[in-house]
Design a protein around this ligand. Structure first.
Ligand SMILES: [Zn+2]
Length: 113
């Protein structure tokens, strides 16, 4: 489960930013998690709670937005939202797919003052 490492890195990043920007309070962090990133949103939420417990960010809310996994088919050139259970093209049935979006996890917004 690499979510614990990710939330730990996220906390360090927020701490760095807060120090640099001289932020007093970090209200919330909005994360975008792609469906194809391999990151499980509810694990991220659980790990975040574990990582911030007892720190100065214990009240900081983690808001998670999911980005749909879009793929294109190498055989028929169609683009579609990928079905993670079948991983095949709904138009021609090919498994020859290339991910177009939804592979990343990014910090979209940090609400702070
Ligand atoms: Zn196809």
């Amino acid at each position: 489960m690499h979510e614990l490492g990710l939330t730990d890195a996220l906390l360090r990043m927020v701490r760095d930013i807060a120090k640099k920007e001289e932020l007093e309070h970090v209200e919330s962090i909005t994360l975008e998690i792609g469906e194809l990133s391999g990151v499980v949103p509810h694990y991220m939420a659980d790990c975040w709670q574990a990582v911030i417990d007892g720190t100065e960010y214990a009240d900081t809310e983690l808001i998670i937005e999911t980005v749909p996994g879009i793929a294109s088919c190498m055989d028929c050139d169609e683009e579609f939202r990928i079905d993670l259970n079948s991983m095949r093209c709904p138009f021609c049935g090919s498994h020859n797919l290339t991910p177009v979006s939804g592979r990343d996890m990014t910090v979209k917004e940090i609400a702070a003052w």
